[in-house]
Design a protein around this ligand. Structure first.
Ligand code: NAD
Length: 341
């Protein structure tokens, strides 16, 4: 069993912890928090030993009825690998601790590529992670872009990508960011950081991205255009999506036309926390003009799509499963990942 510690038990950390606990070859040896909160209670209810960044706060936790197993350093010592899901920028500050203790760590997309020098996506570069001490699972938007671009690049070759990201304003529980009522250009300049971030995984792709933030919490929506190298048809493109185990199709027959309806749908499907782990490509939007011009809309659930990638990244770095497809299948099976469409 691979011993996994989750440093930072927030939006991403709590999901990755549950996903690790569901795997047959991994166990959660601890999760960490900085202060008493609802998530600290949940860790106890899930049976995850809770470690804290500052032991001086132990009495506060105990007063709230939350047992503390020790400090973050003790948790890191007991792990084979750490998922660092602390807020953006904190992961880089944690790196010296992992280095000192000689531990492997996986960072999230809020950190720069340099924090690990290697950015990961299971379909694109699983094998390159073997034996690495550090890796970064790219952000939710970049994960969604890389899955789609890589799938079409493998099948037809991608000449260039032009994509607009309509980004959610905040996560559902993130009340401190709201209420909001605006469409914010994020950034005003072009390109947004997403295109350059795709290049950390797929360096040969010609890509320009634009981004804006809107007042919604459920998902991001991508509007994507790609020029393909080889002539193809809509049916051939759909066949690539139907076969892909992290691309889901939002069927025309469902009548779903928004992030809100899609969230309702994943809730009705019984997905834990309503999570959409795969890209949600709108079937009706998939278009191929003149054989080479591809268009689509895809929904990306910011809280969820990086979760299975973290699980595959653990196996890749530990070297326990050599074949990416085998790890992806294991991860999906353990999550009871039934396709959305
Ligand atoms: P979050 O704020 O929801 O959770 C972070 C957790 O880390 C909190 O529980 C906090 O208590 C804990 N923490 C803070 N400082 C700590 C420290 N020094 N030691 C240990 N724990 C500490 O953040 P999040 O949204 O889960 O984001 C985590 C990372 O994942 C970031 O890099 C972010 O950019 C990335 N990410 C976030 C999303 C998203 O939409 N939320 C999507 C993809 C990637």
């Amino acid at each position: 069993m691979i011993k996994v510690a989750i440093n930072g038990y927030g939006t991403i950390g709590k999901r990755v912890a549950d996903a690790v606990a569901a795997q047959p070859d991994m166990e959660v040896i601890g999760v960490s928090k900085t202060s008493v909160s609802a998530e600290a209670y949940i860790a106890g209810k899930r049976g995850y030993p809770l470690y804290i960044a500052d032991l001086a706060k132990k009495p506060e936790f105990e007063k709230a009825g939350i047992e503390v197993a020790g400090d973050v350093e003790a948790m890191v010592k007991g792990a084979d690998i750490i998922i660092d899901a602390t807020p953006g920028g904190v992961g880089a500050k944690n790196r010296p601790l992992y280095e000192r203790l000689g531990k492997k760590a996986i960072y999230q997309g809020g950190e720069g590529h340099d924090v690990a020098g290697f950015s990961f996506n299971a379909h694109a570069n699983y094998k390159e992670a073997t034996g690495k001490q550090f890796a970064r699972v790219v952000s939710c938007n970049t994960t969604g872009l890389v899955r789609l671009i890589h799938a079409l690049d493998q099948a037809f070759g991608v000449e260039r990508v032009r994509a607009v990201m309509i980004r959610r304003g905040a996560d559902p529980g993130d009340v401190k960011r709201g209420p909001v009522d605006a469409i914010v250009l994020n950034p005003t300049t072009i390109p947004s950081h997403h295109g350059p971030d795709v290049l950390t995984v797929l360096p040969h792709i010609n890509i320009v991205t634009l981004a804006m933030i809107v007042p919604t919490t459920f998902m991001h929506m991508h509007s994507i255009q790609m020029d393909l190298k080889r002539k193809t048809t809509r049916d051939e493109v759909m066949a690539v999506f139907e076969k892909h185990n992290r691309i889901g199709i939002v069927r025309k027959a469902t009548g779903i036309k928004s992030n809100a309806q899609l969230r309702e749908y994943t809730q009705d499907l019984g997905r834990p926390r309503t999570d959409l782990w795969e890209n949600g490509i709108f079937e009706e939007s998939v278009s191929v003009l003149d054989g080479k011009e591809f268009y689509c809309f895809q929904a990306i659930h910011q809280e969820a799509d990086v979760v299975p990638e973290n699980i595959d990244c653990i196996r890749a770095m530990m070297g326990t499963v050599k074949d990416p497809e085998e790890s992806i299948r294991m991860t999906n099976k353990a999550l009871d990942f039934v396709p959305i469409g």
